[in-house]
Each structure stands twice: as C-alpha cells, then as structure tokens.
Design a protein around this ligand. Sequence first.
Ligand SMILES: Cc1ncc(COP(=O)(O)O)c(C=O)c1O
Length: 448
Amino acid sequence: MSKGVQYYVQEANEAQKRVTEYRQTVKSWKFDTIAVHGMYSLEETLANQGSIAEPIFVSTSQAYRDSDEMEAGLSYQMPTWAYSRIHNPTVYYLEETLALLETYSTDLDASALCTSSGMSAIKQAIEPFLEKKDDKPINFVTPSQIYGGTYQLFNVRMPERGAVPHWVEDPSDIETWKDQIDENTRFLYAEMPTNPQQSCFDIEEVAKLAHEHGIPLIVDSTISTPALLRPIQFGADIVGHSLTKTIGSSGSAIGGAIIARHNLTSKHLTDEQKGNYAVWLKLLPFRDSGPCMSPYSAYVFLNEIKTLRIRMKHYSENAMEVVRFLKNHPKIEKIDYLGVEDHKNHNLAKKYMKLVDSDTPMFGHLMSIYIKGDSSNTRAFFDKLNLFRRATDLGRTKSIATICAISTHLQQGEEGQKKAGIPQNLVRLCIGGEDSQDIINDLKQALE
Ligand SMILES: Cc1ncc(COP(=O)(O)O)c(C=O)c1O
C-alpha cells in the first residue's frame, strides 16, 4: 500500500532536524576544523563504507523508493538532490563548508550555491536584481577597477539586456559611491581587494549606504578568501568567489560560488527570494539555466579548502619577503602591495584583512609591479622568468606572472584599460608556496 507523500515529508523533516543540530555543532568549531570536516560527519563517513574523503557522487540523478517519495522530492516539499544540474551530494558538502566559513565567528547564517565558474557565479548572483518591471532604465553601481571578465560582463553584456553600470572612480571614497546611486540602482558591487590594482573600499560604509537605499551589497572576495576576509560579517549581503583561484590553488578545476546571507536587503525582490537567496536561486533560476558545478570539481575544491588558512598565511608571508626585495630595486618604478605602509589603501586593508583566528593583518599573495622603461623592458623581464609561470591566472601554489594589458584586460581595449588603471608596464605577480628565496632569486635574474 502507498505510504503517501506526507510520510516521506515527515521522515525528511526529522532527518533535516538532525542535520540542523549537527550544523550548530560544526558552526561552533574553529575555522580550520570547519574547513577540514565541514558537514561530512562521522555518521556519514561510516555510512559511506568508512571513506574518510567525501565521496564523489558521479551519478546524474537520484532514484526514489516509490512514486510518493519522488513526488515529495520533485515538488520541493523535502530536501532531495534529484538531479545533478540542481543538487549533488558532493557539491553540497562544498556549499556547506563555504557558507559556514563565510559566516565564521558570527551569529549570522548564509547559504551557498556553487557554479561552473566564477563568472557564472557573478552572473547568477546579479541577474534576479535586474528584472525590468517598468520602462525606467536600470543601473547598478560598481568600481571600474574589477577583474577584466567582470568588466566585460558589466560593460557589454548587461547593457545588452538593459542594465547599465554606473562607474565609481575611487572605491575608497564613499562620496563617489553616493554620486552614482539613484532610485533605479539595483545593487552595489565591488571586489575586495581588486585584481590587479589592489584597490579597496570600506565594506561597512558601503554596506550601510546600500541598505539606506534598500539595495544589497555584493562583494567579490576571490582575492582575500575567507581565510583573510569575510565580508558578510561587515554588512555585505552576497559574497562571490572564483573558486578557480586561491581556494582551488592547485589549478585543476574551474568553479565559482555565491554565498548569500539569509534575509538580505533588496527592495526589488520578494520576501521568498530574499529569505534564502542562494537556495531560491538554486531551486529556480539556476535550475532553469544550468551552470552547475561538476562533482569532480567540487571534490577538488573540498580537498583544497581544507588547508586554506595555512596556505594564505604562507603565501602572504612569502609576498612580504618579495616586496622587501623589490622595494628599492633600481629597475622597479612602483609596487602596489597592500602590505606596504605607504600604499594608499594600507589602512583600509589592515582594517579588514586579518588572518582568521588572529589579530594579524595579512595582505595575501597578489601584487602589481611596474617595470621602468617602455613595454619592451617589461616583456624582457617577463620572458626571462624561470620559476614563475607566465599565465593568465592567480592564486596558484606555483608563482604566476601576468602582463594584464595583453591578457586579462586585453578585451577592454585602451580606453577600458585606462579607466581600470592597467598600463603596459604592469606585471601582476601572484606569489605561491615555493621557498621565498628561490622566488626572489628568479625575480633577481630576470631583472638583471
Ligand atoms: C576577482 C575575480 N573574480 C572572478 C573571476 C572569474 O572567475 P572564473 O575564471 O572562475 O570564471 C576571476 C578570474 O580571474 C577573478 O580574478
């Protein structure tokens, strides 16, 4: 005889109650413990043949016990993973770890949604805010100093669908944000810090400004990672990540994530959308457009995130050593690194970027160096690097060098590069996990 849909809903509610209780225990742990174990409990370990690693669930879909359970799941009356374009158990472990890390040491709660890339995370995160309800033009406010791919999305793709960016020239100046907001602004967006210009903004001030206008603040925190900065704690509504970068340091998977606080601020969304934005996105718009993360990639990121804090510490310390070497080098015109005391944004960075579970300011692995002379000098230096890998990439365990004007920011053209502050002699260095002396020796021979 049929058990009925309600039987399965009740059974799932009881299971969910146990998960919620366990989540509270996980939330009380220290950062490293959450990063290492997340929601993959001992009970789940034993239920998976004792596998200490989170299993990779390669299956495209879930089988149900009977038609009632199938209906309960597919009508979203109970948690289910159903089909891997919507949910997947391996991806779930990563999502929970990210949500817990981004709200670490707060009473706030958030949910996460993993995506196929950092770009798809940004696009998914912003689109629901841009729904056109009347003939009024829609805009959003963002610094022009942002990752080149995001600049393209904002400057080309969004205007194609009727939403225009209002550019902030100096994100560290709250007045320039105020100047760009009007009654048709849907959200404020920024990176902290930016790639590669190392500009910063005051998260608390900008979040307050956004909320005064009834709109959310979205922060791309890819460069900081939750080991150095957790923007939700300072008032941000949504955090976006390219997991491809520092969280996935080995460089073997592409992926992104949206972490949204519960009950976020937006006068444009319904209560249902705002309550648990990441889950609403997952169950509806994301399901209908399909930019899901592969379970293989989730497995890669899950393994990498376990050592995030210790890696960020090592990379940051290495970067400081490199800066000490380059600072007075005769072939270097300028260095932009947030850890340098006379950097314009040093104090802002110091306020927000601290190694988690400590009071120690730490500034990450990314710096921009400007080579003296014309672009041929820059290319000569770049081409002589041996240990650094020449690539359009960052956040790797291996040190990476990039000439942004001919790679990450090429599509923007000369005018866009000027607006974003990308001259031809800028070389972005992303310092990795090698011994700092070997990194310095490589820079030394290339400069000579
Ligand atoms: C700050 C930042 N955000 C987003 C992205 C886009 O991420 P993905 O390459 O994973 O799409 C990048 C890529 O470099 C980035 O540096």
